[in-house]
Design a protein around this ligand. Sequence first.
Ligand SMILES: Nc1nc2c(c(=O)[nH]1)N[C@H]1C(S)=C(S)[C@@H](COP(=O)(O)O)O[C@H]1N2
Ligand SMILES: [Mo]
Length: 224
Amino acid sequence: MDETGNENVNLLGQIKAKLIGRKQDWARDGRSLTGTTAPPTQRLPPGQRLVSDWPVLDLGIQPEVPRSAFHLVIDGAVDNPVILDWDALMALPQQDSVSDMHCVTTWSRYDNHWQGVSIATILDLVKPCEAASHVLFESHDNYTTNLRLGQFAAADCYLVHTWEGKPISRLHGGPLRVLVPRYYLWKSAKWVRRITFATTDHKGFWETRGYNNNADPWLEERYS
Ligand SMILES: Nc1nc2c(c(=O)[nH]1)N[C@H]1C(S)=C(S)[C@@H](COP(=O)(O)O)O[C@H]1N2
Ligand SMILES: [Mo]
């Protein structure tokens, strides 16, 4: 690599380390905690504020994944592991959904219109083993996050490719991201490349850095 390239990589590395360090400090200091909970019937979770834009949050690496090169591996504790390319994904039933997003950095955004494949469809396809209890997501930026199978199997969970009628942009995790709207948004992996079902819990990137494993916004489960 030439000198400029190296400098860019170093700079990116520094920005990324700073960003991760700052979010770890928030977890240590309990930033934004109101110390209250709210019933799920209250639309805005405690400590959240409503925004109308859609902020971008990630580790500073936003991989370009052309649809022609897209592959999603779904494996682990399932009867029928699959590797889906873009055509195979689009050949599955496509559904519309509307949901809210809640980010642990305190913004919430209402009424997002999505299109994609429901997790119910994915579960029908891969057939998790009876002993499967958890799911780990891996992304093209090497981000990871984890859920209990029950959280992921909820009716409002999808693999989404379209937001407000347009392909989800690269900045927001396109061509395909996970959407688990009932939990803080760090549980919704952008640029997902692998979904592994497991019989034990494997914690993800933020879950090993002070963030709550369950991540329910109405219980204000921001940190661990
Ligand atoms: N692959 C990947 N997915 C990710 C992240 C990331 O860094 N990499 N960040 C998470 C966090 S902390 C948040 S708040 C949301 C932000 O999604 P957005 O940028 O589309 O708002 O993505 C989540 N999914
Ligand atoms: Mo986040």
